[in-house]
Ligand binder design. Structure first.
Ligand SMILES: [Zn+2]
Length: 260
């Protein structure tokens, strides 16, 4: 029996179920990386009362629903982030299996997607993009590029373009405003995206990320009437931009240049 013998909907369901399990590991990363804790040890525990969770409290999404979002012992609330990340990762795995089909490109896109989900959530909450994700991510992206899109040459140029463009923008901003607008975390994150997606799609990521970030920033400005000093988590928008670029980047580029 080969993979082709399994009906497609069942394949997608298996991929999604596996994605939900990966999502629960991503939750551990999102919670522990900003605290500089190990992501593999110890086992998951309630952050309030410290009791170790049993296997049936670790089932993605379902446990959260069954426990009605509270710890069984101390009744401390369990954030809605947990089931959201698990459901999101499950959806991503199911979609990617259907969209890319089994192969190296699927693996590359899923590894990138997982890194982006973790960076998205940590940047949103802590305005932080941990090196523990971005630096190994650059290397892994380049290694994948030897076996799948975008190819090693485009990948290496992508690292340089991703890091270089954002580093240049940060440098100009610093010279003009005499304050830091962009962190080195954003630079390393864009280098990682360049490694996985190549130089064309990393530029598209930067355009999409800046555009959506500016739109949301203007919205916040209009609603709250706060000064522009409110620091938007740029990494969060880069993650969104990169996901769009990874899935629909080539059609978007063709459409855009087709306009001329
Ligand atoms: Zn508890």
């Amino acid at each position: 029996m080969t993979i082709e013998d399994v009906p497609a909907p069942l394949q997608i369901a298996f991929a999604a179920a596996f994605g939900a399990l990966v999502g629960s590991f991503l939750n551990v990363c999102i919670y522990r990386l900003p605290l500089d804790k190990s992501v593999v040890w110890p086992a998951s525990a309630c952050p309030y009362c410290g009791r170790l969770l049993s296997w049936y409290e670790n089932i993605p999404v379902l446990s959260w629903l069954a426990l009605r979002a509270r710890c069984r012992t101390c009744a401390a609330p369990i954030g809605v982030r947990y089931p959201i990340i698990e459901a999101l990762t499950a959806t991503m795995f199911g979609f990617a299996w259907w969209y890319y089909g089994p192969g190296v490109l699927l693996a590359s896109r899923l590894v990138l997607g997982c890194a982006l989900i973790v960076l998205f959530a940590i940047d949103l909450e802590h305005q932080l993009l941990p090196n523990a994700i971005t630096l190994p991510g650059i290397i892994v992206g380049v290694v994948f590029s030897f076996f799948a899109e975008p190819g090693w040459m485009a990948s290496l140029i992508g690292v340089l373009v991703g890091a270089g463009v954002l580093y240049g923008v940060a440098e100009v901003y610093y010279r003009v405003r005499h304050e830091e607008g962009l962190g080195m975390g954003d630079v390393k994150m864009l280098a990682m995206i360049g490694a996985f997606l190549g130089w064309r799609l990393v530029l598209l990521t930067l355009v999409l990320g800046s555009f959506s970030g500016t739109l949301v920033g203007l919205g916040v400005l209009l609603l709250k009437r706060e000064s522009m000093k409110y620091a938007l988590p740029f990494g969060t928008f880069l993650a969104l931009g990169a996901i769009v670029a990874a899935v629909a980047g080539d059609p978007i580029i063709h459409w855009y240049f087709g306009l001329y």
